[in-house]
Design a binder for this molecule. Structure first.
Ligand code: NDP
Length: 273
């Protein structure tokens, strides 16, 4: 049996095992692979890496807080992981550790899967944390013009300086106006199901709205988008698409994203309070 995993700290709430196990079963690979969540404290990351072969772990996903610190243990990085200095997928190929970042393409695929248009459009990106790096990098490479707003402005300035050479990116000082086509929330505001990262009067019908949060399923921002009759998506398709690409890297086989989504939706249905 080959073991696959997701590592993080904390990790108990990860939905990756739900969607990966469903995809493995669907592709009749569940006799060959399993997928589990493994809690790895930051100080124990070196030990986890050293024992990969002993534990027969042939690949793993990486989540907070290890996405950057993992890099020094890897033998190669794909160009995206290199450019944004974050890895979310590692393949253990005969003890050679190959690092990938599938968050970037996962985000772009989630827009494509929902027919959102972003090439040569203006996007207001809220937030400048880890996920904003992937979102901004992917959009700039795709030719989207970006405005970032973040509570802590210097972080937005840092993100702009990092990716300035890739395309058009500016920092908004405040949220008084919004002349974007696309609104993307990458902050954690909305996780509490109460707060929205954007004043309601800055959302109107012509906006396409993305909130990369998926739990709650319809965040306060998305509820406002719904009220204004905007097209909107949450972060579930991003989660699935980054996972689908990791699955292909682990197994060589393209998973069925519909099966992965059904597994997650059913999980939400059974675990909603
Ligand atoms: P980070 O901790 O790296 O960044 C958090 C961001 O939220 C920062 O920009 C921070 O601003 C902002 N923020 C936090 N609290 C507030 C607040 N009260 N008011 C204003 N801004 C605030 O987190 P990540 O980027 O890793 O994740 C952010 C969200 O994205 C999470 O909710 C996570 O669930 C979701 N996510 C979804 C994924 C998917 O596949 N769909 C993948 C990864 C993340 P500041 O810099 O000022 O602190």
């Amino acid at each position: 049996m080959n073991h696959l995993a997701v590592i993080g700290h904390p990790i108990q709430h990860s939905l990756s095992p739900v969607m990966h196990m469903a995809a493995l079963k669907d592709k009749e690979l569940s006799d060959v692979y399993d997928y589990q969540a493994i809690h790895v404290q930051p100080t124990l990351l070196p030990e986890f890496i050293e024992t990969l072969n002993q534990k027969h772990i042939s690949g793993f996903n990486v989540t907070l807080p290890h996405k950057t610190t993992i890099i020094k243990y890897l033998d190669t990085l794909d160009s995206t992981a290199h450019d944004i200095a974050a890895v979310n997928t590692v393949v253990n190929k005969n003890s050679e550790l190959l690092g990938y970042n599938t968050d970037v393409q996962g985000f772009i695929d989630s827009l494509d899967d929902n027919n959102f248009t972003y090439k040569n459009k203006r996007a207001l990106v809220l937030g400048a944390g880890g996920s904003a790096q992937a979102v901004v990098y992917g959009l700039l490479k795709a030719g989207t013009n970006i405005e970032i707003f973040n509570r802590t402005r210097f972080k937005a300035e840092t993100l702009k300086n990092r990716f300035d050479a890739l395309g058009s990116i500016t920092v908004q000082r405040n949220l008084k106006t919004n002349d974007s086509d696309l609104i993307i929330n990458t902050t954690s505001v909305g996780l509490n199901d109460i707060d929205s990262p954007l004043p309601a009067d800055l959302i109107s019908e012509q906006h396409e709205v993305v909130d990369i949060i998926y739990n709650p399923f319809t965040t306060p921002l998305l509820k406002e988008a719904q009220k204004k009759h905007c097209r909107y998506i949450n972060g579930l398709d991003m989660l699935i698409s980054q996972g689908a690409q990791a699955f292909k890297l682990f197994t060589g086989i393209e998973p069925n994203k519909v099966i992965m989504k059904e597994a997650l939706l059913s999980y939400f249905k059974n675990h909603s309070s």
